[in-house]
Structure formats: C-alpha cells, structure tokens
Design a protein around this ligand. Structure first.
Ligand SMILES: [Mn+2]
Length: 321
C-alpha cells in the first residue's frame, strides 16, 4: 500500500507538493524533505513545493515556496502533505492535478485525494514519509533527513507525546544515521528570540487558571503586536501552558481579525494531557489529533462555551478515575 507513493512518483515527470495554511515544521519539513528526496533521486523530474504563506519565524530554516503556472499543476502528480481537509490546503490549484496523493497523520475527516496514505497514530507526516523511505532501504541525503527530522521533533514535541512508539525512535535513528545535525534541528525548532520569550512570559503571567486543572489565555491583536509578534507567531504559543502537572487541558485563543461588525475573531489551539478532545474541536470549525486540536473563527461567546465544554470534559475524566 505504502509503495504506492513511490510508484506514483516514478510515473510522473512533474510533481507538485502542497501543504496546509499557516505551515508548521511538519508541513514544511515534509514538503521540503520530499522535494529534496525527489531532486536527489530523479534529477530530471520537475518538482515544485507550493504554498502562499511562508513562515516568517522559520525563514532561515526553509526555502521560500516555488512558483509555477496552472498548466504545470494540471499535468502534475499533486502530493498534499500534513493536511486533513481540502479547504486547508494552501493553494487550491492542487485540485486540477492529474492525480492527487495525500499523505497525512490527522484524524480522517475529508477524503479528497485519488490515493490516500493516512496514519493517525503517526506522530508526524515526516514520520510517515521517513518510515516509507526506511522500509524501502533508501539512504537519504543529509539535507533531506534534516527537514524530516525537524518535522518529527516538532510534532512529537521531541518524542514526548503519548503516541510515541518504538517505531518512531527507529525512524529517528534512521534519520540521524543519514547525517542529521541534531543540535541544529533542536535550535531551529525550540530556541526562541527575546521578544518571543517576553511574550511567552506575558502568557504565563496572564493566563486564566480554573480549578487548578484547566488553563487558557485569550490574546488580543494589540497584545501580540505590542511584543512585535505576528498572528502566526503568537498562535504557536500554546505550549507555554503545557508541561504543568496540574493542567489536564489548556488552550490559547489568538485574535486574527475583526468581522464585518467589528467584533474580534479568534483561532485557537487546544491541548490535553490525555483527554480526548477532537469531537469538541469539531464543533468549533476545528479538528486535529486526539490530544491536540485547532479551532478557528471563534467569537468571544464561542470561546466562553468552548471553555465550558473543555472544563466539563476534564471533570468527567477526573471523576471516572
Ligand atoms: Mn503534522
């Protein structure tokens, strides 16, 4: 089944690679890792890594997206990475491709591709790709392995999430064996700048903590702009409330824009230690993984009711125990 990807790549001379909006290290790492592998393996194929939004905070780590015309996409094999639903792909032109292949690790919500390789127990899309390379006995270039390893440590929070399996570490070992600079990957993904550090402390000092078990923070545009951060940078900071024994769940809501009535709209990131929260996220234009979800386009009233739902879910879980 998984060899399908290699068969498809073999068959097409033009390959376009897509990923989700607001790309994170797994989206960019899988995209540029796969592009690198195709360039290393098939120097005569044309391969494009597409997407409109580049991540400002990671511009030293990943190249800018490629550009290409509609005709090129039409005759291509489109590979969509790390993206659960068609609407979240950061360039809708993928739909015109001759064949669409999806490789993803989110819970399946939308089958939009001709061929789908989905493993929602994989820690990262980079893990799925690396696993396929490993199983086929390929030796990766150091550049390719570096991209994939970055996505793997980013999405698995350095191998610390509940879905980590021995296989994940076997894959990490395989990548490091291909020449990854582990310290650089760590710094690229987890080091912070002074302005980010100050913003992180702002969240620590100002988040709301309910019954010592649930923490959340609503960040307004003027808050993150005051620290010199963009929306994209600010919304990444949910991890600041993670790693606290008492917090069974935590959430960060970041103002994105004002709606037509001048009311603020927020995107949110929800996290839990071990409470299933996907179904709650899905009620708020979101989804994702068992213990890590995104939600979007929320009003302050939505946030209120979402916080209540999460709090109740956490309570149910503590009562069962
Ligand atoms: Mn991912």
């Amino acid at each position: 089944m998984k060899n399908t990807m290699f068969e498809l790549i073999e068959k097409y001379d033009v390959i376009t690679i897509f990923r989700h909006v607001s790309p994170d290290s797994d989206a960019l790492g899988s995209q540029f890792g796969l592009k690198q592998w195709i360039m290393d393996t098939y120097p005569n194929k044309q391969v494009f890594a597409l997407g409109y939004e580049n991540s400002k905070s990671k511009e030293n780590v990943y190249p800018c997206s490629d550009q290409t015309d509609d005709e090129t996409i039409k005759k291509s094999l489109a590979i969509v990475l790390d993206t659960a639903n068609a609407k979240r792909v950061d360039d809708s032109r993928f739909q015109s491709a001759t064949h669409i292949l999806k490789v993803d690790h989110h819970i399946l919500v939308d089958s939009f591709a001709d061929t789908e390789i989905v493993d929602d127990l994989a820690g990262a899309t980079c893990e799925i790709l690396s696993g396929m390379f490993m199983e086929n006995g390929y030796k990766l270039s150091a550049a390719c392995a570096q991209y994939l390893y970055g996505g793997l440590i980013a999405d698995t929070l350095r191998f610390s999430i509940p879905t980590i399996k021995p296989h994940t570490l076997t894959i990490a070992s395989y990548l490091v064996g291909c020449g990854v600079d582990v310290a650089k990957a760590n710094a690229d993904n987890f080091s912070t700048s002074l302005k980010q550090y100050r913003f992180e402390n702002f969240i620590r000092s100002n988040c709301t903590v309910i019954e010592d078990t649930f923490a959340y923070m609503i960040v307004r545009r003027e808050d993150y702009e005051r620290f010199g951060l963009t929306f994209e940078e600010a919304k990444e900071k949910v991890f600041v409330m993670g790693g606290v024994h008492e917090f069974l769940a935590w959430a960060l809501f970041t103002e994105k824009e004002k709606d037509e009535f001048g009311q603020p709209r927020f995107n949110g990131s929800l996290r839990s230690q071990h409470t299933q929260i996907t179904d709650i996220a899905m009620k708020y234009h979101g989804g994702g993984h068992r213990y890590a979800c995104g939600v979007k386009d929320l009003t302050l009233e939505d946030i209120d009711s979402l916080v209540t739902s999460l709090l109740n879910r956490v309570k149910e879980e503590t009562e069962v125990k």
